[in-house]
Design a protein around this ligand. Structure first.
Ligand code: SF4
Ligand code: SF4
Length: 255
């Protein structure tokens, strides 16, 4: 099985949040108690119970309200800084990368990691810790569905087709074609960090409008990536994946 990628076209997202619900259903994640904060962004942030979240940003443009939507989740980095940090902590089996490129955390083994440094290693502020169990969690790329020939639950659930999933080269081609088609209408249309991640986001305005910090050029990704050859990481990941029986036990049925 080749390396897989998402293409997430923010111009097609209607913020229905079907992806959030599908993710919770598939991963059997609890709901969260929230309060009205004057925004539709709910829950307010990612958490050990929320692997994906549609971020809402409201702005005024020429006196008219404008919305920006961004479905946040793990980017499944090609050379994942979180995995490298786990290795630095002598816990390389806590975070693995499988043959699809999915970066998967073993909940029990993440208990021995220093959460703060794992969190700081992530350029996208993704991992979250359960304060009671000390397990660290995030999006799994639905690797248990994908390795059984199914789409990730969030992709399958998206009514406007804002998300696609498939072979990396194919997704990249579709993403680039879409950018080209949008350029006359949106001169700032671009794909974010496509060389470094497996989740290609198409945005058409400044990253801050999508609640994204302008990334300093991440030496952690580029420099560390050259220290760890992605293919050897995939090999290690494939071997270690066999050691995740608790994650593998689920019987995958088409829903
Ligand atoms: S986005 Fe963060 S959590 Fe996901 S693979 Fe990259 S470093 Fe790890
Ligand atoms: S790929 Fe799976 S785990 Fe990741 S956000 Fe989508 S539904 Fe959730």
């Amino acid at each position: 099985m080749g390396t897989k990628s998402f293409f997430i076209d923010t111009t097609k997202c209607t913020a229905c949040r079907a992806c959030q619900v599908a993710c919770k259903q598939w991963n059997e994640l609890d709901t969260e108690k929230t309060t009205n904060r004057g925004t539709y962004q709910n829950p307010p942030d990612l958490s050990p119970k929320t692997y994906t979240l549609v971020r809402f940003t409201e702005t005024l443009e020429d006196g008219r309200m404008k919305w920006y939507f961004f479905k946040d989740q793990c980017r499944h980095c090609i050379s994942p800084p979180c995995l490298i940090e786990a290795d630095n902590q002598k816990a390389a089996d806590a975070i693995i990368q499988d043959e699809t490129g999915a970066v998967v955390y073993d909940p029990e083994k993440t208990k021995k990691l220093n959460f703060q440094t794992i969190k700081e290693s992530c350029p996208y502020n993704i991992p979250r810790v359960n304060p009671k169990t000390k397990t660290i969690a995030k999006c799994t790329m639905c690797y248990d569905r994908v390795t059984n020939g199914l789409l990730p639950a969030c992709v399958k659930a998206c009514p406007p087709g804002a998300m696609q999933f498939g072979e990396r080269e194919e997704m990249l081609k579709i993403a680039k074609e879409r950018v080209a088609a949008l350029k006359s209408l949106y001169p700032e249309a671009r794909i974010l960090d496509e060389e470094e991640v497996s989740v290609f986001y198409l945005i058409v305005d400044k990253p801050a409008l999508y609640q994204l910090a302008e990334r300093k050029d991440a030496p952690s990704l580029l420099a560390l990536g050259s220290l760890f050859k992605p293919l050897s990481m995939l090999g290690i990941g494939a071997a270690l994946l066999c050691q995740l029986p608790s994650l593998r036990q689920r019987v995958v049925k088409e829903d």
